[in-house]
Design a protein around this ligand. Structure first.
Ligand code: NDP
Length: 399
């Protein structure tokens, strides 16, 4: 039993809040705090009346002082950061100042450079150790469940994992010619960046969307997928012994890519400020303002997601292959919590990570990536809290 402070009130936070309330044995109390308090209040209104006590607060998470006052006032056992990657460091600073555990779902990215990597957050390791508190990084689906799957594969199926392919398929159809399933700014920054994968101890860089494969996803069917750089590659390359190559593929439809190319060509995806009617604006932030709000896609999205990892390595001297994945249905998610599957597949693991840190199942002073903890309690919780996983020992491989 404990109390979580949830920062952010967007698509992912909404699911995490629903799940904390379903899991009221663990989450006796939650405080939802975000920039726009009305969104926190709307969530509270939807969920109040259950066993979990809900409070709300306004906070600018770019300001460490505001966060410290909030944490001192609310006294949570854990802070679950579901704001944007730009706020990771200020929230970690506030957790250090108040000696409170920290959990997030995305690694820090400076707002003015489209480059995400763990180095800034890993630098907090000594300070978290000294303070005797835990920072759990990347407790969403990817990163998140993909790291848990990797730790689980290593623990139960392999002596050594040599190859990992992470496959993220969203076959949902929202009926719009172009919209993003989570924060458009973060999403577009991710997909318009150069791709890269880890091979033989070094990064191999590709042009954006240069490497394409077609994969026949269980319960979904054939989809085009493209190699992207993705943050869990960085930590898995270090934490999975014997690894030779890790790649990440995400599916994109033709309409999405055509629109993205066009928006790129006219400069709408740029993060360089421009002068507009006497004011500086960032084209990508303006684009975000005109695109559909990801939260509004829920009622319109049909179809499934399938996200998982294919591992190849050795067990007892023999070559072995193992595929573990989750299939999630957009409409079923909407029916359950009022959000589509992309928010759902992130919000559920966020709740699970916060629970395991809060109740001490996962403990350790310092900054940890998710694959560094025992995967078993997380794998059990996925089955229990709405993201059941399936496995295959003879999957189709990606060439
Ligand atoms: P949304 O844009 O829907 O929500 C972000 C929320 O953070 C909003 O409520 C926003 O407030 C709030 N926020 C932004 N800036 C501040 C600030 N300075 N102070 C306080 N609150 C702030 O994003 P999502 O819910 O889609 O994503 C949340 C996080 O989850 C992101 O970091 C994203 O990268 C990550 N993610 C991780 C995935 C994974 O699998 N690991 C997958 C998908 C997302 P306001 O309402 O005022 O704008």
């Amino acid at each position: 039993m404990g109390k979580a402070l949830i920062i952010g009130a967007g698509g992912v936070a909404s699911v995490a809040v629903h799940k904390c309330c379903q899991n009221s044995d663990a989450f006796e109390e939650i405080c939802i705090a975000s920039r726009t308090k009305a969104k926190c209040d709307a969530l509270k209104e939807k969920l109040a009346g259950g066993k979990t006590k809900i409070t709300t607060a306004q906070v600018d998470a770019d300001k460490t002082d505001e966060l410290i006052s909030l944490i001192e006032r609310e006294k949570p056992d854990v802070v679950l950061n579901l704001a944007l990657p730009y706020q990771d460091l200020t929230i970690m600073d506030a957790c250090l100042a108040t000696k409170t555990h920290y959990v997030d779902t995305a690694n820090y990215e400076p707002e003015d450079t489209a480059k995400f990597e763990y180095k800034w957050q890993w630098e907090y390791n000594d300070r978290f150790k000294e303070a005797g508190i835990t920072a759990l990084l990347g407790s969403g689906f990817d990163p998140g469940v993909t790291g848990v799957f990797s730790a689980y594969a290593l623990k139960h199926h392999f002596d050594e994992i040599n190859y990992i392919d992470i496959l993220d398929c969203n076959a949902g159809d929202h009926g719009y010619p172009f919209a993003t399933n989570f924060n458009p700014e973060i999403n577009i920054r991710e997909v318009s960046a150069k791709g890269s994968y880890w091979e033989d101890g070094k990064w191999v860089e590709t042009e954006p969307m240069e490497i394409k494969r077609v994969y026949n996803f269980p319960e979904v069917g054939e989809k085009d997928m493209y190699l992207l750089h993705h943050e869990e590659l960085e930590s898995l390359a270090i934490n999975i012994p014997g690894i030779r190559r890790i790649r990440f593929f995400m599916t994109f439809g033709e309409s999405y890519l055509r629109h993205l190319k066009c928006l790129e060509n006219v400069g709408m995806t740029s993060i360089e400020p421009i002068e507009f009617e006497g004011k500086k604006i960032i084209p990508l932030q303006f684009l975000k303002a005109v695109l559909p709000d990801p939260a509004s896609l829920g009622p319109r999205t049909k179809g499934k997601t399938n996200i998982g990892c294919i591992f190849r390595g050795k067990k007892d001297g023999k070559e072995k292959t193992y595929y573990v994945y989750n299939v999630c249905d957009h409409e079923a998610c909407y029916k359950e919590v009022g959000s589509q599957a992309v928010s759902y597949t992130t919000g559920v693991p966020a709740m699970i990570g916060a629970m395991l840190v809060m109740n001490g199942t996962w403990k350790g002073a310092g900054v940890y990536n998710i694959e560094q903890f025992d995967p078993d309690p997380f794998m059990d919780a996925l089955n229990r809290w709405g993201l059941p996983w399936q496995e295959s020992f003879t999957p189709e491989l990606v060439d």
